[in-house]
Design a protein around this ligand. Sequence first.
Ligand SMILES: [Zn+2]
Length: 708
Amino acid sequence: MKFKLQIKVLLCLFCFIAATSVSKGQYTPWHYWTLLPEAQMNEIIGEASGETAWKTIMETGGYTKNRRPEEYRTTFYEADYFLDKLLWYGVPGARLERLPARTELTWNGIKGELWEVSPQRQKLVSYRDNAFQLTMGSNSADVKAELVWVGSGTPGEIAGVDVAGKIAVGHGHVSLIHGNARRAGALGVVAISNSRNYIDPLQIPEGRIGDVPDPESNGRIIAGFAFQMNIREGQYLRDRLLRGERIEVHAQVETSMEPNELQNIDAIIYGEDPDATAVIFSAHIFEGLVKQGANDNKSGGAAILEVARVLNTLIEEGRIPRPKRSIRFWWGPEFSGSRPWVDMHFDEIKNAYCNINMDMVGEWLSLHNAHFGLMRTTFGNAHYVNDVLENYYRFVGEGNRERVHNRGQINKIPHRIVAPFGADEPFHYSVEMHYGSSDHVVFNDFGVRIPGVMMIAWPDLWYHTSGDLVDKADPTQLRRAVVIGAAAAYTIANADTDMAVNIAGEIAGNATRRLGHQINVAMDIVSRSNAEDMTANYKKAVWLVEAHAENEKATLRSVNELASEDDKISPHIETLVESIENIKQAHLLALESQMRMKATEFGMIAPAIVLNELEKKADAMIPELAPETYKMGQGKLTVKISDLPDAAISSYPVVTRIDRTEIARLVNGENSVLMIKKMLDAQNRDETDLQDIINFVYQLREAGVAGF
Ligand SMILES: [Zn+2]
């Protein structure tokens, strides 16, 4: 078809798509929808109690507790609480599993008192007042010594004063001050924290000290002790020392090393087919044993506990049908618990459809200036769970906004979901690209392939500090997180072919909007180009559009697993896939026209997309997975690659930072190595080196993971 006519036809298509791609701001103020029918939504919304989740945080992370030695020999209070509640709620399969930890022993604080004895007698710092005031890793001591001010505790500042046999006081990072002062002979340190002083002068950041490397002896100096003070109280001590006051103190520190253990809790709501698992919820309730953050992450644990209670109650009371597939729940130590849990139960869980990880979901959003994010899966784990969750995020977000269009209505807030004892505020949400750093990474592992998303409120203004307490959490936010999680999980667990069709339709719409955003980005790349970089930028822009379209197609095709064999949903899915291809073609033509306008402006010949030799090679390489490596277990890819003989590594060296796991996940017998590069670049700020991708694919072949 002549270019001019193509432009006419497809620009009409483009205008049609532009009209339909509803950016979040332009919402239809009278149309709110969920994948689940209204009656089931009303049951879930009604049953969900933000206050119950909030109380769970209160009970299991209301403040940072000083654990008693015997607790390390029994059950940690958090694990006890969660298991007890699951049993009380009657959630089936609730159990506690004990696993050896990486280290046999773990640090425990018992006492930490720093008292001034001259010129006056007064308490300066006490572990009893707040567990963050005695820093993890401190060793026992009972000493009387002089305090000496060391500024920020840099080697230069410490060299300028005599800290030997004294206690160094400084503002800044406790482990840095301790390391430098200890090397200079200090007994211990007092660090006046400065994490987010202008938000809350009382918060003390999580700290840790350890033995200090001693370059002189080439050995290590045993850790001393460290106290931390908040800035409001610390500044008095600082000012007295800066005024040259000579202060004598008595430091009494008692710590111990106690038996270490990992404690995992899990439970399951059985579907009609108990062997089919739809969703695995995960939330870490431990991040070490010293930090016991309320929002990070007792809130995630509390929210999925409430999801379990809500769904189990509604199913047992027959208020919603028992789903076709099961829903599982895991609580435990971040990474160190989830990895062995996946290993131990891999045969039971490996065919689960997806993972919903809740990490930091209780934040009182307005207090933290935060929004509630949904971190989608990567392209290598493209999956409908992203759009199912987005459906409920959008329903809660758009339904809890007071729009001027509704000012004449009784319900100015169309679908008000507020906890009676929580905040009454809008629900600011965002749907984002993948972000790791939590347990969903374990499920997304190449050898596990259970596509996992993360629900997370960000930022948290008390993140990893003594201020991460229950008063920073909000029952309304918790209720909303529970509603979104429960509704999404139930949608997938009970999905039949009809629901699969609805989900596919939802994806087709969302995909149009997402591709709409990507053509904006591509147009901007071309519009900002000059005559020198137009050729390279145009290629990059085209590849961006192509890569995102591939991801949308893969997301659509993932829906096939929800429909039973004989229901032949796949022809419909392929029609939707074709519509994505048409959108892509329309966008590429629009982009080409934009580029041609710019090229004319620069008086240059419009560049064509020409592959260089390496790109041609990559375009011809279409690797596919060795069937036996599919679902081979978490962490196995790393083992296979690290077991490769040096010869294989040196033949196919990888010299830059590349996302090996995502490359392996994108190997599917359809994506060329060039498309894999396009899909990596589309997900990252920086481009990935093509030669390194090619070499890593060769390494995969050498390791027996992929063939081509
Ligand atoms: Zn966390």
